[in-house]
Design a protein. Structure first.
Length: 453
């Protein structure tokens, strides 16, 4: 994808309370402009000569002009996020050079790759991309937090140990939410689109004590029939049911003290794994799992899947034939308390939070109209952390930051795989062929610091 070095064009939408979008009825001009994502890059100086609006980022845990940050970084502003209608990590990752993703079922199970280093959300503490929301690490539980009422998204490429530690080998993603303000304001959005998709969002900001205390509420509900049809009457398609609520409280008792608290809850349930049959078996599936079930039609030594009425990709792009319903999703809970205290030319910051997620995948895993195998899997993740740092805030040539971090990451995996009615290998139906019960815990502590000239 061609990389655009400054904010250029985007297809805009009217800021009205009710909007109707049709994915296949975009104007030709919008289709042209769509190849120019609204992403700003730190490697460009074009904004200085063209007078583009200054973009402030916090990649180094302090507010800086994007052009002054010596890091390979791409940033999306609130205006770009709104106009581009970002709802998923895939929406913005694919607009960044040297970044991509693959899906693994539910939206919280994306695997992000930055500069060829892939983030696997599996074993506890194995993330390779530092993922932060308002400076709190969420990567242990999700790499796809809800995108709503967001001020800025920053994607940093390359190792980010100092500011995005805890396995930020590939890079870091930093999402900054909009904070409560001292004004009564709000918005309502109703979005209707293809596949009977309904997207409702609300934002409400309430000042409680003038110049001292304010609250902000966000809600989001998305339902859809999905773009994939299951032609089997006993299975289900990739329908979506997604709910999200977030509340924030900002307390500023003095000019130099700010206390922010946030609670978020997200609930996702989709009808099946994303995708359609590819017609390709892995070596394990072809030679072991389905050995002897399908003939080797092309002579490559591997079993070949049968054409299951719907055909294979790319001829088939929107149909499946699953004979057993699937249910995939994640429940996510997150709470954070942040304290900022500024004295003279120093800023003291503490961030303490907890995040918990429950991922589930139940039902058909062979992906065909024949009842071979059914799987039931649950992955529970929980992480608590406390971070404290000090940094200077003056205009000194020396810009420095030091701090310490302690975190506890816990995970439990539960998995059962049963033989279906086809009785593969002559085994009876409901025969248990795979079982996993595991628990893991990682305790992490670190002292970090950085000085910039």
């Amino acid at each position: 994808m061609k990389h655009i070095h400054e904010v250029n064009f985007s297809c805009t939408r009217n800021p009205v309370f009710t909007r109707i979008r049709q994915a296949l009825s975009l104007l030709p001009a919008c289709a042209v402009f769509a190849v120019a994502p609204g992403v700003a890059s730190a490697q460009s100086s074009a904004s200085e000569t063209l007078g583009i609006e200054e973009i402030i980022v916090t990649a180094q845990r302090r507010e800086q002009n994007l052009q002054d940050v010596p890091i390979a970084i791409s940033a999306f502003t609130a205006d770009t996020i709104e106009k581009s209608m970002f709802t998923d990590v895939a929406d913005y990752v694919t607009k960044v050079p040297n970044a991509s993703y693959i899906t693994n079922g539910a939206r919280s199970r994306r695997q992000i790759s930055i500069r060829g280093v892939t983030n696997f959300l599996g074993f506890v503490g194995t993330s390779t991309t530092g993922f932060y929301v308002d400076d709190f690490s969420v990567g242990i539980s999700t790499i796809n937090p809800p995108i709503m009422d967001i001020e800025r998204i920053e994607i940093l490429r390359g190792p980010q140990a100092t500011y995005f530690g805890r396995n930020a080998l590939g890079g870091g993603i930093n999402i900054t939410s909009k904070k409560p303000v001292d004004n009564l304001e709000g918005s309502v959005m109703a979005d209707i689109s293809r596949f009977n998709t309904r997207d409702f969002e609300t934002v409400l900001n309430i000042p409680l004590v003038k110049d001292k205390l304010a609250m902000r509420f966000n809600t989001k509900v998305v339902t859809s029939d999905g773009n994939i049809e299951n032609i089997n009457s006993t299975g289900g398609g990739n329908d979506i049911d997604y709910k999200y609520v977030k509340s924030s409280l900002r307390y500023t008792p003095t000019d130099n003290l700010t206390i922010d608290t946030m609670f978020m809850y997200a609930e996702e349930d989709v009808g099946m794994r994303e995708g359609v049959p590819s017609g390709v078996f892995s070596n394990f599936a072809g030679n072991v799992l389905f050995a002897g079930q399908f003939p080797d039609r092309d002579g490559d030594g591997n079993s070949d899947p049968f054409v299951d009425t719907v055909g294979f990709y790319p001829e088939n792009r929107d149909r499946t034939n699953f004979n057993t319903p699937q249910s995939i999703g994640t429940n996510l809970r997150n709470g954070v308390v942040r304290i900022d205290y500024e004295r003279k030319d120093l800023l003291f910051t503490s961030i303490t939070g907890i995040i918990n997620s429950d991922f589930f995948l139940n039902g058909d895993i062979d992906g065909s109209s024949r009842d071979f195998f059914n799987e039931f899997r649950n992955l529970d993740r929980e992480s608590t952390s406390t971070e404290f740092r000090i940094q200077n805030t003056n205009d000194s040539r020396w810009q420095w930051s030091i701090g310490a971090l302690y975190a506890e990451d816990d995970g439990d995996d539960w998995n059962r795989t049963f033989v279906g009615a086809e009785m593969v290998f002559g085994l009876p139906e409901f025969f248990l062929i795979d079982r996993e019960d595991s628990s893991a815990r990682n305790d992490t502590w670190a002292i970090f610091g950085q000085v910039d000239l």
